[in-house]
Design a protein around this ligand. Sequence first.
Ligand SMILES: Nc1ncnc2c1ncn2[C@@H]1O[C@H](COP(=O)(O)OP(=O)(O)OP(=O)(O)O)[C@@H](O)[C@H]1O
Length: 263
Amino acid sequence: MNDRALVFEGIGQDFPAPGQRSKVRVLDGISFDVGHGKFIAVIGPSGCGKSTLLQMAAGLLLPTRGAVHHRGRKITSINTEVGFVPQQAQLFPWKTLAENVELPLLLRGVAANERRERVAHALGSVGLKGFERHFPSQLSGGMQKRGSIARTLVYRPDIILMDEPFGALDAQTRMVMQSDLQTLSMEAGATVVFVTHDITEAVLLADHVIVLSQRPSRLLANIPIDLPRPRNMFEPFRNPGFDAAYDAVWTEFRSQIDTGRVH
Ligand SMILES: Nc1ncnc2c1ncn2[C@@H]1O[C@H](COP(=O)(O)OP(=O)(O)OP(=O)(O)O)[C@@H](O)[C@H]1O
């Protein structure tokens, strides 16, 4: 199991339902693993438990059944070796961009010289060199998002967990961010688990797409995406093999959308 960065093994999660005696089963027998340096996208209908899986990898929540292993070690408490970029990642408004990005290093007791170097490098890698002294209110939504990604990259986590990080961005900014993320993860050989609702985004970014069903959520498919890299994020259909890969994911996903539709 040590040769895998992350292993989800038979994960089940029941949550208390307000006003009811019985619990709600959210996840049911989910198993998949994440190889070192791989980019995994998790896709599934709203409320199926995608964020819940990420929280388990971060040790913020323990599964009702099964276990998550990180480098062969069962996660039983907060996992400080992963970086988490949540849906609504926010920078602290009273701190400058550089101070925001520096924060995880301060908390880890990294020396001032090294902090400066690593902050400069992280900001450079997300294209924010020159904005160090800006406050978040002086940055666009996309730049703030880049800042929150830099804040995660700066402490070099073993695995990066991203929960719909680009969901709130406009379409153009989103494509630029997807392209930047691909470059970053290719250069750094990063291991990424990326939650999204967007099939195109999943297919363009991932090495494997995990498709989950509606609640109680089961794993419908684990689809390898073998398109050559770098992939063209701006013109998805120009990537050779994109149509077939999109079809493979859509074929699994569509049944989940049809059954949820109100007629
Ligand atoms: N701490 C909790 N207590 C009770 N129920 C919870 C808790 N956390 C999540 N849930 C429930 O578990 C289900 C899955 O939530 P989760 O946020 O993981 O879904 P998701 O697939 O990420 O959804 P979305 O795509 O809409 O963001 C939801 O029905 C939610 O209400």
